[in-house]
Ligand binder design. Structure first.
Ligand code: HEM
Ligand SMILES: *[C@@H]1O[C@H](CO)[C@@H](O)[C@H](O)[C@H]1NC(C)=O
Ligand SMILES: *[C@@H]1O[C@H](CO)[C@@H](O)[C@H](O)[C@H]1NC(C)=O
Length: 329
């Protein structure tokens, strides 16, 4: 009896050790993943983002959007960066129209390959650049987890469950939930639209064919703002003309976009839809409503970005570390 007991104690110990070791070797994202292998990695990315922003103040908005588009298709694995001449790559899908920032990511990658070849993934560069974009726009800093590996797949057809600007609120909510993000995080992350701009093509339905009805515009738009939007984006005008997402402060990462949405001044239809649902409306109120504590949007946004940055990541020995972010190795 006692020898059986001893044996089982020993096997419990062995099992415990086994799981401990497994836990240690199990790859996870962590803050400062490159602190030993490429100590300047984050500084190098920051310097490239700063330099590019000094040249073109639209850069932070491009880089912030790029991280979202990367994460929502195939996980945050740099698949959106692939531009290898294939006709089927992810980035050609309509949902990704207007994406920019690829040159900045490639510039950072070149510098990192000189400093520590084969170490820093393109997916991590995108995640770090998005944070730098927020900070450079006077938003709150947050710590970025790193250790992502680059994916081996980039296909146009994978874009199907990507959020569309004309989606109703229930669909937006379910597309975020499918990625493990809550209704609150849908609101917080949509708050990224406090910087940047949209092409008029994304406004056509909202202004001239709302809900599929000709001549109808979104009743959620304040009437004065509606006529301004129509002036900027005439029905048969230039679809590539751009208008700010936050009509008040499109270069500053503040909580203005939430006030805009609350008051009928959202530029994008998907932002306006956040008012159509009790839960998401309540989240907006909690930041910019009359009894809100006001100061926490920036901090909560950072937390939501960290969560978004975990979607479908490849770690450990999965995927690869690309040498050139536009190409599979
Ligand atoms: C809720 C789902 C979302 C929809 C339907 C959506 C849709 C759009 C659309 C249509 C544009 C205009 C694109 C263009 O014309 O270049 C845009 C721009 C932008 N989006 Fe979103 N978006 C969503 C969520 C997000 C999230 C989660 C982020 C980041 C965390 C984000 C960041 C941005 C930024 C920064 C811009 C401005 C880009 C620029 O100025 O070039 N968006 N979004
Ligand atoms: C949208 O169209 C559907 C029918 O196609 C209708 O039931 C609904 O009320 C419309 N919504 C708005 C806001 O016009
Ligand atoms: C990366 O690949 C692209 C596409 O082939 C090419 O244009 C670019 O010059 C490459 N960059 C570097 C640093 O090799």
């Amino acid at each position: 009896m006692s020898s059986v007991l001893k044996f089982s104690n020993a096997s419990i110990l062995a099992l415990t050790l086994f799981y401990l070791l497994l836990g240690v070797s199990e790859a996870k994202l962590k803050v400062g993943f490159y602190s030993q292998t490429c100590p300047n990695a984050e500084l190098i990315v920051t310097s490239v983002v700063k330099e590019s922003t000094a040249t073109d103040s639209k850069t932070p908005a491009w880089l912030l959007r790029l991280h979202f588009h990367d994460c929502f298709v195939e996980g945050c694995d740099g698949s959106i960066l692939i531009n290898n001449g294939d006709l089927d790559i992810e980035r050609i899908a309509m949902a990704h129209q207007g994406l920019r920032g690829f040159e900045e990511i490639n510039k950072a990658k070149s510098k990192l390959e000189t400093e520590c070849p084969g170490v820093v993934s393109c997916a991590d560069i995108v995640a770090l650049a998005a944070r730098d974009a927020v900070v450079l726009s006077k938003g709150h800093n947050y710590q970025v987890e790193t250790g992502r590996r680059d994916g081996l797949v980039s296909r146009n057809s994978l874009v199907d469950d990507f959020p569309d600007v004309n989606d109703p609120i229930q669909l937006l909510k379910s597309k975020f939930r499918n990625k493990g993000l809550s209704d609150k995080e849908l609101v917080l992350l949509s708050g990224a639209h406090t910087i940047g701009s949209t092409a008029c093509i994304f406004m056509i339905n909202r202004l001239y064919k709302f809900n599929g009805t000709d001549q109808q515009s979104d009743p959620a738009i304040n009437p004065i703002f509606l006529s301004q939007l129509k002036t900027h984006c005439p029905r048969d005008g230039d679809g590539n003309a751009r208008i700010p997402l936050d009509k008040v402060s499109d270069k500053v990462f503040d909580d203005q976009i939430l006030s805009n949405i609350k008051d009928g001044f959202a530029t994008l239809a998907s932002d306006a839809r956040l008012n159509d649902d009790g839960i998401t409306k309540q989240v907006i109120e909690s930041y910019v409503g009359s009894s809100a504590s006001k100061s926490s949007f920036g901090l909560d946004f950072g937390d939501a970005m960290v969560k978004m940055g975990r979607i479908g990541v490849k770690t450990g020995s999965m995927g690869e570390i690309r040498k050139n972010c536009s190409l599979f190795n």
